[in-house]
Design a protein around this ligand. Structure first.
Ligand SMILES: Cc1ncc(COP(=O)(O)O)c(C=O)c1O
Length: 382
């Protein structure tokens, strides 16, 4: 008999919301025209793309013509960095951005762009004052993620973007982990560019978007046809784009309800850990609901991930695994954790798909694994 899986890696990606699954099947079957064609089939496809553009714009209180469809959050990040920065510019970002920012840096350096990396504080947040004091005459762009993917911590984006605006510097935020989890309002927060991705909010994989404030400049990354106002060539992924629109609408209109549900799961989970006298600490303050970067003292994080997987539960490492050996997460060490604690850290992320009984199974399985670890150590010691 196969065991029921409990997938607790919502920060890595989400399963499709069944309503979006139905929409995708319908679109893939019936909407096959090229949105650039003027015949009826083409116009039906264009209508899907434009509806989604409105839905995503509504989700972040923007205008539809400020939304550019891309293939992913990674592409949106690359597009801003490579499409804004030029030789001689200075760029400020943080040391704990997603690789879709950090791995672009060597390329930027090869283009004679000067880079300053800001480290997170011990709460896992970027301090606006650290940004302000590093702004130079030639600073063209600042890029700070809205929500960190490993910790779930929410950065003070209003304060940071306001500093950028005051100093006349462009501001980008990777909002891939924020969209659908917390409110994003581009009317109130002076961001110039925002990266988004559908697969983090129960939408399809391989479709992303970039918000670009009206009037701001950007060069395309992919040259070719005139799609997306000449900013992103290639025939649109119509089905994926339609699914993204629905995902943005569902997650933002049900934001309050989902948040309440997930916070209930969170409280229940922590109570269950406490009841079992489990020794743990949560890394990072001011987190989005349901995401735990959590150190379980006395266990190797990688072992816990593997043993939980064996019990039917999917969580992820808090440390990066490189060439077969587990390395303590640099980010956690920068935040002040010891290497041992960083190695004992995992990421568990709950979402709207979970119920109290799922959380109970996760907490109890962790308890059992930790208990058997202690017994094993005692056995070897004795
Ligand atoms: C913060 C952040 N940025 C960017 C990405 C990349 O998004 P995509 O998988 O759509 O390229 C991710 C996904 O892991 C992420 O968590």
């Amino acid at each position: 008999m196969s065991i029921k899986r409990i997938y607790c890696d919502i920060s890595a990606t989400t399963p499709l919301d069944p309503r979006i699954g139905e929409l995708l099947t319908d679109l893939n079957e019936h909407i096959y025209g090229n949105p650039s064609s003027i015949h009826r089939e083409g116009q039906a496809a264009k209508a899907v793309v434009e509806k989604s553009r409105r839905q995503i714009a509504n989700a972040i209180n923007a205008q539809p013509d400020e939304i550019i469809f891309t293939s992913s959050g990674s592409e949106s990040n690359n597009m801003v960095l490579k499409g804004v920065l030029r030789s001689g510019d200075h760029f400020i970002t943080s040391s704990y951005e997603h690789p879709a920012i950090l791995k672009v840096l060597p390329y930027l350096e090869s283009q004679n762009i000067d880079i300053t990396l800001i480290k997170p504080d011990h709460n896992g947040m970027i301090q606006p004052a650290d940004i302000e004091e590093n702004i130079q005459e030639n600073t063209r762009l600042i890029s700070i993620m809205w929500v960190n993917n490993e910790l779930g911590t929410i950065n003070p984006i209003f304060e940071i973007s306001s500093i950028a605006k005051e100093k006349n510097v462009l501001f980008h935020s990777d909002a891939v982990q924020a969209l659908g989890k917390i409110e994003i309002n581009t009317e109130e927060i002076p961001v110039d560019y925002l990266s988004m991705s559908a697969h983090k909010l129960y939408g399809p994989k391989g479709v992303g978007a970039l918000y670009k404030r009206g009037g701001t400049k950007l060069d395309p990354l992919i040259h070719g046809g005139g799609q997306e106002s000449n900013l992103r060539a290639s025939t649109e992924n119509v089905g994926g784009i339609g699914g993204f629109g629905m995902a943005a609408e569902l997650s933002t209109t049900n934001l309050e309800e989902n948040t309440e549900h997930i916070l209930r799961l969170e409280t229940y989970f922590l109570n269950l850990l406490n009841e079992q006298n489990i020794s743990y600490s949560i890394n990072g303050k001011k987190r989005i609901p349901g995401v735990f970067n959590i150190t379980f003292h006395g266990v190797i994080g990688q072992d816990l991930v593997l043993q939980l997987d064996f019990s039917g539960i999917g969580i992820s490492f808090g440390s990066a695994c490189a060439s077969g050996t587990v390395k303590a997460s640099e980010m956690l060490v920068e935040m002040g954790l010891t290497k041992e604690d960083a190695l004992s850290t995992v990421r568990i992320s709950f979402g709207k798909i979970h119920q109290l009984e799922d959380v109970k199974k996760v907490a109890e399985s962790i308890g059992e694994i930790l208990k058997s670890n202690v017994e094993e150590i005692a056995h070897h010691a004795g």
